[in-house]
Design a protein around this ligand. Sequence first.
Ligand SMILES: Cc1cc2nc3c(=O)[nH]c(=O)nc-3n(C[C@H](O)[C@H](O)[C@H](O)COP(=O)(O)OP(=O)(O)OC[C@H]3O[C@@H](n4cnc5c(N)ncnc54)[C@H](O)[C@@H]3O)c2cc1C
Ligand code: FES
Length: 558
Amino acid sequence: MSETITITFDGRPLEARRGESLAAALTAHGVRVLRTTRTRSPRGLFCGMGVCQDCLVEVDGRPNQRACMIKVERPLVARSEAHLRPLPPAPVAAPPVEIGAMRVERPQVLVIGGGPGGLSAAIAAQQAGAHVVLLDERSQPGGQYYKQVALAGDYPPDAQHRDGAALIATAERVGVEIRPNVLVWGAFAPREFVASGAGGTVCFEPQVAIVATGAYERAWPVPGWTLPGVMTTGAAQTLWRTARRLPGRRILIAGNGPLNLQLAAELLSGGAEVVAVAEAAPAPQAGHWRQLLAMTVASPRLVADGLRYHWRRRQGGAAMLHGMIVSRIDPVESGLSVTLSSSDGAGSSRSFLVDTLCLGYGFEPSNEILRALGCGHDYDPERRQLVTRRDPYGRTDVPGVFALGDCTGLGGAKAALAEGAFAGFAAARDLGLARGASEEAHRRRLRRHRDFQRALWALYTAAPFNPALSEPETLICRCEEVTFGDIQEALAEGMTGIGSIKRRTRVGMGRCQGRYCAPVLEALLATRFGKSRDECSGFAPRAPVKPVAIEDMARLQP
Ligand SMILES: Cc1cc2nc3c(=O)[nH]c(=O)nc-3n(C[C@H](O)[C@H](O)[C@H](O)COP(=O)(O)OP(=O)(O)OC[C@H]3O[C@@H](n4cnc5c(N)ncnc54)[C@H](O)[C@@H]3O)c2cc1C
Ligand code: FES
């Protein structure tokens, strides 16, 4: 058992486990509503990874803290609804604030992101003789795939945790300077990065930068998608994999891709009731044998994992519903009423009463730092996402900037590992530190994992979000509470560009910086005006790429 710490939430004392996130502790005590919006709509844990900003609470007097990113390490006082309380009176004569010069650090290699890709690149570059600094906004390295159990005590890690722990230990052993809890919020050409964390705000000007910022999940904007109790598959998985907390008792998982199946197996093993896994793609057919064979050849271990998840799901009594999507979610006394419809619109619909709905319709690359630097991207119509232009070693078209892993277009953890080894070594070579290379093994591994991903996603091919699933009052932009009806009004006024619609409606201007609404709006405009997504400009990434307090921006010295 782990050590417990008493925290309070809105005056109520609650027992938390040392090391878990504030969101995990609150979820365990049944707290669903973490705040309300300007229109007083309730919001709760949604992305669980610091992207959506729906979980903002006040912690020890500091407003706007992400409950999913705050680690409980001491007793703390959390409150909801900071925005409804009056601001304290300003001091009559406030002392002037002096802002000194920003500290500048110039490491040889700066890696942004400590997931499998970033860690692997950092290890390769450091082993080749470079001095590497690795920044990650999370409290622990490992990224999404290698999230570690954050609790001290008797919580045995599984094989995925153990592989991650070994990778982190290697990075530490070879001398990579890992700095957790540091958010990179500014990126300026050619290679300037501004980051804030416990050490204050620092400008990094590395000789080489390696960007490995991963991806976040897509969740379709259907009626009810902002209700507390609706969260991404990754949010639920983070509760379980890092804190051994369940997101609810009676759970429906819906979306597209194998992560949903893995989550079902994990939650069942934790004692949850998973009623069903609704997969948007149709069931595999006999004609899919080529993909299944390619996957087995490329990675028998991942195929075995998949079979194990299916077996666990069946044992646990969770139905597998292929070709079904969530079409609406309604609040009911017992929790949520979730309606599933067939993805081709032909079959009949079904409803489930649950307390938690997990949504995971694939991933969007977190490429805002790369785009802010001016790195070129192309739209991949098959995966419906931007792909970073790179050479085989991960060099982007901006000199001295490498990119790898899921932020360049989803490739999975194993491909990120192999890409990292390539890019880290190439970065060191560009600095004149490494000569020659034993590249062939990495190249073969990368080829295998890319083959695996190609076959996997061919198996999971599903139709994109259909805007007909939304209603005029459905929110497209969670942050600014812009509805599909507002967008239709702007279109009826003759607006055609994403920029003019943004200025007219405020879509994409909120705290998440358009991460959830931009891909939906781009697809909607492309369909309406008969354009390809390549021709849609998208929202321009701007600093700060994630919200940062002015107090932190000005905190130049630790
Ligand atoms: C929520 C989620 C859960 C997943 N779970 C699984 C799973 O269980 N099984 C599976 O096979 N695949 C899973 N995947 C996919 C898999 O995790 C990825 O393919 C793999 O982790 C990619 O590795 P990466 O190094 O590219 O990125 P990631 O592992 O995502 O690592 C990126 C890192 O960058 C950091 N970062 C991002 N932006 C900044 C910034 N501005 N400043 C500082 N740090 C930053 C993040 O905190 C993160 O630690 C998941 C993906 C997501 C999004
Ligand atoms: S749930 Fe915390 S930022 Fe999304």
